[in-house]
Write a protein that binds this ligand. Structure first.
Ligand SMILES: *Cc1c(COP(=O)(O)O)cnc(C)c1O
Length: 368
């Protein structure tokens, strides 16, 4: 007999459920007897172009140094990022994915006596990070699936230390304007940290999305997070970062694991950062794919939430699980979002033209 280890876990952890990733290609291949090459995965908002060849080369070249610890300060990557973003290196905190930085933020500033505000349908890592430290999560009802910034400002309590905003948001793809953000930041007390998660920032370029990295001089309590996992095509390398007031970065740096960015990851991110052609191609293929998918969805008489990111969340207006299963049996993996309280929606990442076509064809068969 062993004891009940869940009972032994700290209170916050007991309430957590594990993060559910998109179904891996190999798993579906096993389950359905399909060939890996025949499976289309549009489930995790990854870059369908694959990793930038420049990053692959840099990572491969870095491997001869693998017996050594990486540079714990990621000096070169920080310098390159600082230059690109026109901020000081002291404002940057690098993480093993931006997920790492989001968790560091919660661990650094929240405890069992504090609360954090986030939106209904917001990225699931926020409630997970908040629960893990035993803080209270205050969920503000969404407005048309997006953040209700006025209601979120009003939801801030005496013990609130942090607000999480995602722009664009995952899994809804919704975004808010610079005007909306200014209005919100003007209402937030200075000692409440506003985490602005811009994981999909690059896809919104050219639109009217605010650029958080340009607002840090005006708002000392603003923390912007970005990632190499989406438009930069390096989800598997795990590189993300925050840009903030240097004093906040100093706090995060105390808690950060000394070598949280591995050696190939640093090399790959450096190369990807300098590869503007790949980034532009990624944005272009996403725009074309989004247009194509939206036309196809409209042709099938389906509704979706307008998206500023690299995915679109479709409203089937009935239990979406049979449709999800139907897609799986046709070798197409998308993402159910029932765990977000959206059982009638599925989130579809934008893929390559052929992948988008496969997805629409399969949907057409299922709905016929
Ligand atoms: C994908 C995503 C991230 C990035 O996660 P990484 O840990 O950097 O891979 C962060 N926030 C949101 C809203 C996301 O969808």
């Amino acid at each position: 007999m062993s004891c009940n280890f869940l009972e032994l876990a700290v209170p916050g952890v007991k309430e957590m459920s594990p993060y559910q990733p998109g179904k891996p290609i190999e798993e579906l291949a096993r389950e359905q007897g399909l060939r890996v090459e025949d499976i289309v995965k549009l489930a995790s908002n990854e870059n369908p172009l694959g990793p930038p060849p420049s990053a692959l080369q840099a990572m491969t070249e870095s491997l001869v140094e693998l017996a050594r610890y990486p540079d714990g300060s990621s000096y070169l990557l920080k310098q390159a990022l600082a230059e690109k973003l026109r901020v000081a290196p002291e404002q940057l905190t690098l993480g093993n994915g931006s997920n790492d930085v989001l968790v560091l933020l919660a661990e650094s500033f929240l405890d069992t006596n504090s609360s954090a505000v986030f939106s209904q349908y917001a990225f699931v890592v926020y409630p997970l990070a908040v629960k893990a430290v035993g803080a209270e999560g205050i969920v503000v009802p969404a407005l048309n699936y997006g953040h209700d910034l006025d209601a979120m400002a009003e939801a801030i309590q005496e013990n609130t230390r942090m607000v999480f905003l995602a722009n664009p948001n995952n899994p809804t793809g919704t975004c808010f304007s610079e005007q909306g953000l200014f209005g919100f930041l003007g209402k937030v007390p200075e000692d409440v940290i506003v985490v602005l998660d811009e994981a999909y920032f690059e896809y919104g370029l050219g639109g009217d999305l605010p650029n958080g990295s340009e607002l840090l001089d005006r708002y000392s309590n603003l923390v912007v997070t970005r990632t190499f996992s989406k438009a930069y095509g390096l989800a598997g390398a795990r590189v993300g970062y925050s840009i903030s007031n240097p004093d906040i970065a100093d706090v995060l740096n105390r808690l950060r694991q000394p070598f949280n960015l591995n050696l190939p990851a640093q090399a790959g991110a450096m190369a990807a950062l300098g590869d503007d052609a790949y980034l532009q191609q990624s944005i272009a293929i996403n725009q074309q794919g989004m247009k194509y998918l939206e036309q196809g969805l409209a042709g099938l008489g389906l509704d979706w939430i307008p998206s500023s990111a690299n995915f679109v969340t479709v409203d089937f207006k009935r239990n979406a699980m049979p449709i999800y299963e139907g897609l799986l049996s046709r070798g197409v993996i998308v993402r159910p979002v029932a765990s977000y309280g959206m059982p009638e929606h599925l989130r579809i990442s934008i893929g390559l033209p052929e992948e988008n076509r496969r997805c629409l064809d399969a949907l057409g068969q299922i709905l016929a």
